[in-house]
Design a protein. Structure first.
Length: 371
């Protein structure tokens, strides 16, 4: 009896340490992202790394590539987790570090050199290579006692687990490139990326916690969702209206890739798809309306137009572009009935994301009752 009691105490202590590490990761990620973003918002502006805020009447200069700050923080945390959780999850965090590094590098390249609209989605297939190769080498048959970076038996609402082994190998690279580009395409207003993706990452935290207590291995996904939430929360204070720094492709692409990792490592694929539905629908609607992949710099007609500021108005209003050749976007849909200020548009985007995240949590409940 004494031996069994000691074992149970060790298990409790180990679990307690995991929770303590989660709190440390949240606090460290928030504080470090906050400080680095504050520094970059001033440093990049001085160095001439800036863009013009086209939704303001005076089109002020705003520092670009703000995502570099939280990408650095994500790399520090995931690399540290290789050693912190080395007994059970070091391979998950090694792969996560490689994915974030590759996507971040692609984002920096795109920010500095403007990758082509066709080249970028194909380049974003590369970050999935470490996941696929590592799984192929370590446990290609997905044996229960071997490494499972991903499990080809996703959970579906009211059905439970379904095995899609061959299809899942294809879905892994598809998930990273689709979610990265979808997040990138929603980054159009001050605060639009953190506001919408905080809801998605928050859903990831809740879903991985619930699955964790149901006995499903979701811990790496839980860590990544907490890491992403804390980084976005810190970044929000500098990216919200009026923005002091833009996210840039470096940040938005990496955020989408990390969400894909949360879905894969956390076993919450369907839940994340539902939570990301506004971003996914926005991206496919844009591609369909402009008839293929095109870089935003190549699109002559903008989806919206900024109205001239009247003497009574303190903020500029954004209206839908009536031109039929203008891309169909979530922003254009939100202002289709009447012009809105940038704050109102981002608030509306946040509400749409909250509704989608609520539906994702309903999906989670329907999955849990079927397990």
């Amino acid at each position: 009896m004494l031996f069994n009691t000691d074992i149970s105490l060790n298990v409790v202590e180990m679990d307690l340490m995991e929770w303590i590490w989660l709190i440390i990761i949240f606090v460290f990620s928030f504080a470090t992202t906050f400080f680095i973003t504050w520094f970059l918002s001033k440093y990049f502006l001085k160095k001439g790394i800036y863009g013009h805020d086209v939704h303001k009447a005076d089109k002020p200069k705003v520092a670009e590539m703000g995502g570099v700050g939280f990408v650095i923080v994500m790399l520090i945390v995931t690399f540290s987790c290789i050693f912190i959780f080395r007994e059970d999850y070091w391979q998950h965090f090694t792969v996560a570090t490689l994915v974030i590094l590759i996507v971040g590098a692609i984002g920096v390249w795109d920010d500095l050199k403007a990758l082509g609209a066709i080249v970028k989605p194909f380049l974003l297939l590369i970050p999935s290579i470490p996941i696929i190769i590592w799984q192929l080498v370590e446990n290609p048959s997905f044996a229960n006692d071997g490494l499972l970076l991903f499990d080809p038996t996703p959970y579906l609402p009211l059905i439970g687990q379904v095995r899609i082994t061959i299809i899942y190998w294809i879905l892994v690279p598809f998930a990273i490139t689709v979610l990265s580009n979808a997040t990138n395409m929603i980054d159009v207003m001050n605060g639009s990326t953190p506001v919408t993706m905080l809801a998605v990452s928050g859903t990831g935290i809740i879903a991985t916690l619930v699955f964790y207590f149901k006995g499903i291995v979701t811990f790496p996904g839980m860590v990544l969702s907490i890491l992403l939430f804390s980084c976005l929360f810190a970044f929000f204070w500098f990216n919200k209206y009026p923005a002091k720094i833009f996210c840039g492709d470096t940040g938005s692409l990496t955020v989408g890739a990390v969400i894909a990792l949360v879905a894969i490592f956390g076993r919450i694929e369907i839940i994340i798809i539902v939570a990301m539905m506004p971003q996914i629908m926005n991206s496919f609607q844009i591609i369909h309306s402009i008839r293929g992949f095109r870089e935003r710099r190549e699109i002559k007609e903008r989806p919206t137009k900024v109205l001239e500021l009247s003497e009574k108005e303190k903020e500029t209003k954004v209206a839908a572009n009536p031109n039929e050749k203008a891309p169909l976007t979530l922003t254009r849909w939100l202002v289709s009935k009447q012009p809105l200020s940038e704050k109102e548009i981002v608030l509306s985007m946040g509400l749409v994301s909250l509704v989608s995240s609520f539906l994702a949590l309903v999906t989670m409940i329907l999955i849990v009752v079927s397990i």
